[in-house]
Design a protein around this ligand. Structure first.
Ligand code: F6R
Length: 244
């Protein structure tokens, strides 16, 4: 794992945006498949990418994207659906073709089948070239909660109480947070050719230390990234504060 410690969250976002820009430039007209996370961690990166796009230097015209996860049962139009979140926070503000921004279908009558179909669609598209990740305070990536199989595929999961409470800040009450999600599995995420994880703030420090310096264990799903040959972890000083 490559560990980059930035002085501020803003610097961390710029460093991640640099990785995106380099990968997009290297892919050229052949195009790139991006893996996009939601949640608060990548928002500053998305804002920086939007800024660079609007300044004229960065185009997503040859990019497509797969989201990591989606709530089950939340309509796509709901402002907290990840379908809507990624459009509001990122893709509607750049020149990516919206039809190429795909997410698990949390409204499907059969979410189990929808999850399997999504996993297959990623493979059929040739896989993800560059995946951005955040990390949950309990070490989850995507919504692979502790004890998730290290080789899991895209599937339906139940959120832990801690994750529901962490995400309640985006809803009016904790009861409104869906408890079921469709998430790419740890095996699916691990097939991305390059991964950049961003974590900022002291609340992520324990999870970051477990991911980077702890044992490879399903109790810390992010530790599965130790097996990946091309992972960069971009931290601010607070998130890095519990590293040895
Ligand atoms: C979001 C996702 C989650 C978040 C994690 C951190 O698509 O897959 O793993 O990255 O819950 O959330 P924030 O960034 O809100 O602290």
């Amino acid at each position: 794992m490559e560990i980059v410690i930035a002085s501020t969250p803003e610097d961390a976002a710029r460093i991640v945006a640099d990785r995106f820009e380099q990968a997009i430039a290297a892919a050229g007209e052949k195009g790139i498949t991006l893996g996009l996370a939601t949640g608060s961690s990548p928002v500053a990166t998305y804002q920086e990418l939007i800024r660079r796009h609007q300044a004229g230097g960065l185009s997503f015209a040859h990019a497509r994207a797969f989201l990591l996860d989606e709530y089950v049962g939340l309509p796509r139009a709901h402002e907290q659906s990840y379908y809507r979140f990624i459009r509001d926070q990122f893709t509607a503000h750049v020149d990516i073709d919206d039809a190429g921004v795909l997410s698990p279908n949390g409204e499907a009558a059969d979410p189990v089948a929808a999850a399997a179909a999504y996993d297959a669609a990623i493979g059929e598209a040739g896989g993800v070239d560059l995946q951005i990740l955040g990390i949950g305070s309990n070490g989850h990536i995507g919504f692979n909660e502790p004890t998730s199989s290290l080789s899991s595929r895209t599937r339906v999961k139940t959120l832990t109480r801690r994750t529901v409470e962490d995400n309640a800040r985006f809803f009016d009450t904790v009861d409104q947070v869906p408890v079921h999600v469709i998430t790419q599995g740890l095996g699916t995420i691990g097939e991305a050719r390059r991964i950049v994880l961003i974590a900022t703030g002291e609340g992520k420090a324990d999870a970051v230390a477990a991911m980077v310096e702890g044992a490879l264990s399903a109790f810390c799903p992010a530790s599965s990234l130790q097996l990946h040959p091309a992972v960069t972890v971009v931290l601010d000083e607070a998130a890095a504060s519990k590293l040895e």
